[in-house]
Write a new protein. Structure first.
Length: 198
């Protein structure tokens, strides 16, 4: 049981690490357009992200999929930027049901990219262990998912507070929140090491 908590807490702290906030930024951008009453849509979005995330961890840890770390580290902030810009472009649409399936598929793909980013970290934790990798991976993934739920709840609480107590319209909340995410993620993209390689 203690080993479960070790990997669970590593996953939890890895998402909530103040020095590695890309995961939190993506979840924030993903949830900004919604309120608590949209809980089914939020649950599906986060579930698709989780599926992609966990699948990438699994494929990478068992060395079924290989990738260049610098490419993944560049793509992660790109996924955040795309998600925030999507919020801004579709801000006037009150009904987004026509694009639900496409959004879920893109979220699944973005989950794969973020999972690949976590997989390097997870492989260093496992070290050269040749025994079961599946159980620690699932424990690690559960920690990540618990942290994700916490982030989603905080964003929803913030949205509720802004719209209820500060009388910010839903449109303005999406505009301000998404613009904030864009402002934070743009320097991450522009300062990425990939620009020095090409």
């Amino acid at each position: 049981m203690s080993e479960f908590w070790v990997y669970f807490q590593i996953g939890l702290h890895h998402v909530l690490d103040v020095h590695a906030y890309d995961h939190v930024l993506f979840l924030t951008a993903l949830v900004i357009p919604f309120t608590v009453k949209d809980w089914k849509r939020i649950l599906l979005s986060v579930t698709f992200f989780t599926l992609g995330h966990t699948t990438a961890l699994l494929l990478s840890v068992y060395e079924i999929m290989t990738f260049k770390v610098n490419i993944v580290e560049f793509l992660i902030p790109i996924t955040i930027l795309i998600t925030a810009l999507f919020n801004l472009v579709t801000i006037r649409k009150t009904n987004r049901k026509e694009s639900v399936n496409l959004v879920f598929l893109i979220t699944l793909f973005f989950g794969v990219i973020h999972g690949l980013g976590f997989s390097n970290y997870f492989k260093t934790i496992l070290g050269g262990a040749t025994n079961s990798k599946l159980v620690p991976l699932l424990e690690f993934a559960l920690g990540i998912e618990a942290a994700q739920i916490a982030v989603v709840l905080v964003v929803l609480l913030l949205a509720y507070s802004m719209q209820t107590f500060f009388k910010l319209s839903k449109r303005d909340w999406i505009l301000v929140g998404s613009a904030f995410v864009v402002g934070v993620v743009l320097p991450m993209i522009l300062e990425n090491e990939i620009w020095n390689q090409y």
